[in-house]
Each structure stands twice: as C-alpha cells, then as structure tokens.
Design a binder for this molecule. Structure first.
Ligand code: PDD
Length: 293
C-alpha cells in the first residue's frame, strides 16, 4: 500500500483529510506496536470475504485483550465509506485498531478507548505480468516468531519479525521473504501464505506451524478441493519446496502468485505450473461469482 497524497482517512468515526488525521504520541500503537489490523481487497466497490476478515480481526483483538465494540456491519460500513470517500472501487482497505492512549508502561489498564484508523488505497501496480511470469522468493534466515511467544495467528501491528525478513529478502531482490519456523519447517511469507505442488498433490503449512490463517489461503484450499486436488495442511521441509514441481504464494493483495525461483534454485521448469494457473483462474472466478461482477 502506497501513501496517497490528499487522501481521506477514517479516524475514530470521522472521515478527515490525511493532513488532519493525527494520532497521539501516547497511543500504544505508536509506543509499543500494541494493536491489530486487517487488510481487505475491494473489487468493484465490494469487499471479498469480509466475514472471514472480521472474524480474524476479532480473534486478533481477543488475543491481545483489546476491547473494541463494533459490529461487522459497522466495520464494513467504515471501510466502504473510506473507499468511497477516496473514489476507490478497486483497491485495498486497511483497518487498524490500537489499544489507544495510555500511560507509559506496559500496564494496559491505564488505556481508554481504542484508536481506530481506516485507510483506503488504490491497487498498486498491475500484477498481470507477475501472475503470468511468476516471482522469485528468498528463504530468510530470521525465523518466524514462535506461537508461544508472539503468535503469528494474531495479526498485530508489531511487525518487526516481518520487517527483518523483508530487509533480508530485498538484499537478493526477492519479491517475498519466506520464513521457516523454529523447528525448521516452512511457515509463511512476510505478507503471504505458501503452497507447494508435487504431481497433483497440493501442500501448505498447517496452522500449527505458526502462521496467519490467511483468508486467501482458505479460499484457495476450498477452490483446490472443489477442483478435485488433494490438499494437505501439514509440515513441509525446505527440500520439498526446492524439489517441488510448482509453488505459489497467496494473499489478499496478490491472490495466487506463482513462485518460479527460491533463492538460486528454479522451481520445476522455472515457469508457472499448470496446477497453479488452474487455481489462479478458479480463485478469480470465485471472487467474481461472490462479488457478482
Ligand atoms: N497480509 N501471512 C501474513 C504474515 C500476512 O501478513 C498475510 C496478509 C497473509 C495472507 O493473509 P490473507 O490471505 O488473509 O491476506 C499471510 C496482508 C495482505 C497485509 O499485511 O496487509
């Protein structure tokens, strides 16, 4: 998501110009990364799988014990109002909920109401070429946070684990950095989930590998099973990725993105595979069908 000059921001219930959208320096989001967020994709003015995103938002809020009283309908309204205020029919909307202002110190009981910010931005760049040609990823050295320390299933605003991985992957000009967990199994990308394909078997790291339960991951598994593929949510060693016929990433922003290279190793033929293209096409169909466009 790229900063848009003169965009409109939804801040605690009011839509204001970004120059007026100010958050206190006492806000826990600023001081400690003490907050949660969701990014949704708006197609033709409607949100894909909003119910899945709001369910995960509530899971994240509960995980951090942040009390935010808003109904799904109110959250959807805030997101669509922000998109509309910015003239966006095709874009991304991010809602951030922090624990709000409090005293310095970790004790959350000093905090008042959460701070809520909604941003809407147009889709950045055209992914068509990347969808056709695939991307290179890097397996990064920094490991995914252990779920017993800071659970990656919580979509929190303390993103340093991902930022360290991004810095590493940018060194090798990779499109995405992918983490192993502390046991050496594949986990996920900095902003995406990962799948590998061998023959017609589709595998993806199980949720207990310590990952975010991606909305696109779920939709892709659904699509794959409907098309007759066997999908295993399991433990995957890096050698299975290097030796895969195909691999791909999934996320709200990239849908199904083929991986054609991992570090210096080409995946399969070095071109996006047949199964990946099949899932890519059918996920797009599902989105069109659900959002009626
Ligand atoms: N990122 N894993 C991580 C760590 C992520 O941050 C994301 C999403 C995903 C994919 O989840 P979903 O399919 O629900 O988008 C997996 C969003 C796009 C972001 O950070 O803005």
């Amino acid at each position: 998501m790229k900063k848009n000059a003169n965009c409109k921001i939804w801040l605690n219930g009011r839509i204001v110009p970004d120059s007026k959208a100010k958050v206190s320096i006492w806000d826990r989001g600023f001081l400690y990364g003490d907050g949660v967020y969701e990014t949704v994709r708006v197609y033709n003015g409607r949100i894909f799988r909003s119910e899945g995103h709001w369910k995960r938002l509530r899971h994240s809020l509960a995980g951090l014990r942040i009390a935010y009283q808003a109904s799904d309908a109110q959250i959807t309204r805030a997101c669509l109002d922000t998109a509309r205020a910015n003239g966006i029919k095709e874009g991304l909307v991010r809602i951030t909920v922090t624990r709000g202002e409090g005293e310095v110190g970790y004790d959350p009981s000093t905090c008042g109401k959460p701070t809520v910010v909604v941003l809407a931005l147009p889709v950045r760049g055209d992914l068509t070429e990347l969808w056709r040609g695939g991307v290179k990823i890097a397996l990064v050295k920094v490991r995914r946070n252990h779920p017993g320390a800071l659970n990656p299933a919580i979509k929190h605003t303390n993103c340093l684990n991902g930022i360290l991985a991004k810095i590493e992957s940018l060194k090798s000009k990779a499109f995405e950095g992918v983490f192993l967990n502390l046991d050496g199994y594949l986990a996920e990308g900095t902003i995406s989930n990962i799948f590998v394909v061998k023959g017609s078997l589709v595998k993806t790291p199980a949720l207990d590998c310590g990952i975010l339960d991606g909305v696109t991951r779920g939709a892709t598994i659904e699509v794959a099973r409907k098309l007759g593929y066997t999908v295993n949510e399991t433990r995957i060693r890096p050698f299975e990725l290097y030796g895969a016929d195909e691999a791909f990433l999934t996320s709200t922003t990239m849908e199904v993105m083929p991986i054609v290279q991992v570090d210096r190793k080409k995946i399969g033929t070095g071109f996006p595979g047949r199964v990946t293209a099949h899932l890519q096409e059918h996920l797009k169909n599902l989105i069109r069908k659900e959002l009626k466009f």
